[in-house]
Design a protein around this ligand. Structure first.
Ligand SMILES: Cc1cc2nc3c(=O)[nH]c(=O)nc-3n(C[C@H](O)[C@H](O)[C@H](O)COP(=O)(O)OP(=O)(O)OC[C@H]3O[C@@H](n4cnc5c(N)ncnc54)[C@H](O)[C@@H]3O)c2cc1C
Length: 222
């Protein structure tokens, strides 16, 4: 899965400027760091919207459909109606936990046996090859792309641009990464969590103090 930062606007300073317009004050960098921490701690969220991040994301469809539930942000996705899709499919590797223990909302996961790893790999590959074959057969028979694509599985990769402000990105990160510092537990899908780690790495480069405050205040979106 790829998550690349393609563009951005703003920084820690933009958050400070947006917040300080209310009082017309300025401050030292130490004071500004304290201000950012106070904004995160007390959930004064709107100054964090001064930072905008734009990502290019390549993930399987089952990850994208979870991602698209985050309504505060903008998406532009590759179209299976207008473009012949690429035969790129997700196959879980041995590192992906396979056994689900517990009840909805409170699952834990365990690694599978080698036999389970093998069947998962076999089923994903066989399903993808068969589906791709049928997709091509329909295209060759003159069927519209938007109809032929119906047979493709959730493991097919899609690509999209995600333009999101830092406040909304923090909300995404609070829900999609079961982080040790989180005050509120979450149980995200393994694959979207892998992607969330990459999102946070970029966010921390663009607005390091804001992301530090997000973490020290329990990863609760302001
Ligand atoms: C572990 C996990 C399991 C999940 N399981 C399911 C599931 O089984 N079924 C399912 O359907 N979804 C499920 N979801 C999706 C979840 O319900 C949210 O839709 C998703 O996480 C997006 O969160 P959000 O609404 O906070 O984000 P955004 O849509 O980006 O919204 C950000 C914030 O804006 C505000 N907001 C946005 N829209 C509205 C609105 N219409 N009204 C009021 N306030 C609004 C809220 O404060 C919200 O937190 C799951 C999510 C997680 C993390």
């Amino acid at each position: 899965m790829n998550v690349d930062l393609v563009d951005w606007m703003g920084s820690d300073e933009s958050i400070v400027q947006a917040a300080r317009v209310s009082s017309g004050t300025t401050g030292s960098w130490a004071a500004n760091k304290g201000l950012i921490n106070m904004l995160a701690r007390d959930r004064h969220g709107s100054p964090f919207e001064a930072v905008i991040l734009q990502f290019k994301v390549d993930v399987p469809l089952f990850v994208a459909r979870e991602w698209f539930r985050h309504r505060i942000g903008s998406f532009n996705e590759v179209s299976g109606r207008y473009k012949v899709l690429e035969p790129v499919f997700y196959v879980p590797n041995g590192g992906r936990p396979l056994k689900q223990i517990g009840k909805p909302g409170a699952y834990t996961f365990e690694h599978g046996t080698q036999t389970q790893v093998d069947i998962v790999e076999f089923a994903h590959k066989a399903g993808a090859v068969e589906a791709w074959h049928l997709y091509q057969e329909m295209l060759d028979a003159g069927i519209a792309k938007e109809v032929a694509r119906n047979v493709l599985p959730l493991s097919l990769y899609t690509s999209f641009y995600w333009t999101v402000n830092l406040r909304s990105a923090m909300n995404f990160l609070s829900l999609r990464w079961a982080h040790k510092d989180a005050k509120v537990p979450t149980f995200p899908l393994y694959e979207i969590e892998q992607a969330a780690v990459k999102v946070e790495s970029y966010a921390s480069q663009i607005a390091p103090e804001a992301m530090k405050s997000f973490n020290t205040n329990g990863r609760i979106a302001p």
